[in-house]
Design a protein around this ligand. Sequence first.
Ligand SMILES: [Zn+2]
Length: 51
Amino acid sequence: MKKCDLCHMPDKIHYRVKSICHKEWIVCCRKCWNVISNHNNYSYGGTRKAK
Ligand SMILES: [Zn+2]
């Protein structure tokens, strides 16, 4: 399993996102995605599933 770039919790599914706080693409878990999706300049770049 891959780890979230923010909280480093391993999970099977991550979301590729950018926001005002994260100018480069990061991959984060659903919990962190909920937080980031409320940031300014949020953009969503797809879902990454671990095999
Ligand atoms: Zn996370």
